[in-house]
Design a protein around this ligand. Structure first.
Ligand SMILES: N[C@@H](CCC(=O)N[C@@H](CS)C(=O)NCC(=O)O)C(=O)O
Length: 125
């Protein structure tokens, strides 16, 4: 069962790699302004989780630079997700606002909707 799961994971990653969406290209100033905004975001995720792949593809499509935190292999991130986020489920976007309030956003559809609403502009895959 573990092997089948591993195999499925590799298959998901291979398909993701072969069908990578195009990324938005911005001029340097625009990209660095955006990078400043996304510096306060972090995506807790597993490498081969299909829901995480979905969010990573959206991030790529929109040309966002968001730190990826491996909540499977990194015990610190794993613990943070469970204790601060409230549940050990990925993907989860940690959003730190300007007043340092932290929101933990779960559910891939909700994360993608948030990214689209906040940062717009994504090119077709
Ligand atoms: N409906 C959720 C499903 C997320 C989900 O099922 N994630 C799995 C990994 S693929 C998970 O976090 N399981 C808990 C665990 O493995 O600890 C979404 O779209 O984000």
């Amino acid at each position: 069962m573990k092997f089948v799961r591993w195999l499925l994971g590799r298959l998901i990653l291979a398909i993701d790699f072969l069908t990578r969406p195009k990324t938005v290209v911005r001029d340097t100033d625009e990209q660095s302004a955006l990078d400043q905004k996304t510096a306060k975001l972090a995506l807790y995720q597993f490498e081969a989780c299909p829901f995480c792949v979905k969010v990573r593809r959206q991030i790529r499509r929109q040309g966002l630079r968001i730190e990826l935190r491996d909540a499977k292999n990194n015990p610190l991130f794993s613990k943070e997700l469970a204790t601060q986020g409230g549940k050990h489920k990925v993907p989860c976007l940690r959003i730190e606002s300007d007043d340092n309030t932290v929101t933990w956003l779960y559910e891939s559809n909700d994360i993608n909707a948030f990214l689209q609403k906040e940062f717009g502009q994504s090119e077709a895959a």
